[in-house]
Design a protein around this ligand. Structure first.
Ligand SMILES: CC(C)(COP(=O)(O)OP(=O)(O)OC[C@H]1O[C@@H](n2cnc3c(N)ncnc32)[C@H](O)[C@@H]1OP(=O)(O)O)[C@@H](O)C(=O)NCCC(=O)NCCS
Length: 164
């Protein structure tokens, strides 16, 4: 999962609350990336009605320990825990902060968190089949193809599970 010699900016994940909600919904991806991820507003609305969803704001790890973050939010992620599977459902890094290691670090942090739940027996995710960056990123972290029957009804997406 961690590559030797790699120096990653760590991330810090925090709940989305009344204090950082507006910042969260104002995060943006590139226009060309909009088809790859739902808006944060939609994700937060889904999480409001679905207790299996866990939405989290992504900050640089420098913010850790500060009650009020003194640096801007850099991204958003959301996972789902259902039927033994911890599923990384959403991940976005604001276009201003992309390609600086936050996306990779956020996935690693979500994996760490999911491994702490006794009911999570498998960690999985999916990406749009045209999304070359997501494919490369998840596979470099140890994800492999997940041949699950119901994925056949979602032909536009590729499903992966973590090989651990
Ligand atoms: C996918 C995404 C989360 C990656 O976040 P990020 O912070 O830019 O990623 P990182 O900086 O950690 O880079 C991870 C790897 O992806 C590569 N990468 C990131 N953006 C890339 C791009 N636009 N084109 C090509 N490669 C890219 C990096 O080079 C790096 O590869 P390396 O480790 O081999 O050097 C981000 O591009 C994003 O938010 N995209 C829009 C939302 C989206 O597509 N979400 C769905 C994810 S399934």
């Amino acid at each position: 999962m961690f590559r030797k010699g790699e120096c990653l900016p760590n991330v810090h994940l925090r709940d989305v609350t009344l204090d950082n909600f507006h910042e969260c919904i104002s995060l943006e991806v590139e226009e060309s990336q909009k088809g790859f991820v739902a808006s944060n507003v939609k994700s937060l609305a889904e999480a409001k009605v679905n207790p299996n969803l866990f939405p989290l704001a992504i900050y640089d790890a420098v913010v850790m320990g500060y009650e009020k973050p003194h640096l801007p939010m850099v991204g958003f992620t959301m996972y789902e825990i259902v039927a033994g599977v911890g599923f990384i459902l959403r991940l976005m890094i604001d276009s201003k902060y992309q390609r600086t290691g936050y996306g990779r670090a956020a996935i690693q942090e979500v994996i760490r968190r999911l491994m702490l739940y006794p009911e999570v027996e498998l960690i999985a995710t999916s990406y749009h089949r045209a999304h070359k960056t997501a494919s490369k990123l998840y596979r470099s972290l140890g994800f492999v193809d997940w041949d699950i029957e119901w994925a056949k009804n979602h032909q536009s997406d590729i499903f992966l599970k973590l090989d651990f």
